[in-house]
Design a protein around this ligand. Structure first.
Ligand code: SF4
Length: 227
């Protein structure tokens, strides 16, 4: 296995599907910058107080994914819960933002950095699962914690995951299972020297931009073909 320095994004993609990661790394024209919509959703994570004060009508024009009244309620509940735990102001006023962190094995951008204790925050533009966080985000969370810990030469025990379009904020403990999954993803990326097997979970393929190249039948294609 090589000791290549791996990006957070490759770790995330390899956890989703190693083959997709292979295509992404070998594709000349893969646009690896997040689309502007993602940036505007992430920006919500720096405007919570303003969003909580805004009238429902004003929230209509924000890139939120649920109805304005429901959004304000949910974000209000999140604020209450985290204020009780003395965490809300840390998240609203992080020590640093969009920091490039480079650890021993991996590197990438950490969206917010909290101090005392040192904790990274990842801001997702997507929808949270019913409970916990998605598996690729779990691997990303461990990677961000390791990179930050390496740079600061400090221990990191917890990561935050924000889903600002949904008003949801969750914590991630760095369990043994999560760390093992991270190490597996790191090995997968470092060992990629040809297209690996397709994922068994074909529902993932429906949203994959490499479906044609990969040769799988996506749901859209299946319905077009009448299957
Ligand atoms: S189409 Fe499916 S199997 Fe192929 S790369 Fe994408 S997610 Fe992986």
């Amino acid at each position: 296995m090589s000791r290549a320095h791996v990006s957070f994004s490759d770790l995330r993609t390899a956890t989703y599907c190693p083959r997709k990661c292979y295509y992404q790394r070998t594709s000349d024209d893969a646009d690896r910058e997040p689309p502007p919509q993602v940036e505007s959703i992430r920006a919500l994570a720096t405007r919570y107080e303003e969003l909580l004060e805004a009238p429902a009508g004003a929230l209509e024009s924000e890139p939120i994914a649920i109805a304005p009244v429901q959004y304000r309620d949910r974000l209000g509940t999140t604020r209450e819960r985290l204020a009780d735990a003395n965490q809300w102001s840390r998240l609203c006023e992080p020590s640093d933002q969009d920091v490039y962190a480079s650890g021993r094995d991996c590197h990438g951008v950490v969206h917010k950095v909290l101090e005392d204790p040192l904790e990274p925050v990842l801001v997702s533009a997507g929808e949270p699962p019913d409970q916990g966080i998605w598996e690729p985000q779990s691997v990303h969370a461990v990677a961000a914690a390791k990179a930050l810990a390496w740079e600061h030469q400090q221990r990191v025990d917890r990561v935050w995951l924000e889903y600002p379009a949904y008003g949801v904020i969750r914590t991630v403990d760095l369990t043994t299972r999560r760390k093992a999954r991270y190490r597996r993803a790191l090995r997968t990326v470092r060992d990629l020297d040809g297209p690996p097997a397709r994922t068994n979970n074909r529902s993932k393929c429906d949203a994959c931009e490499f479906a044609t190249q990969c040769g799988v039948r996506t749901r859209t294609l299946r319905s077009l073909l009448g299957f």
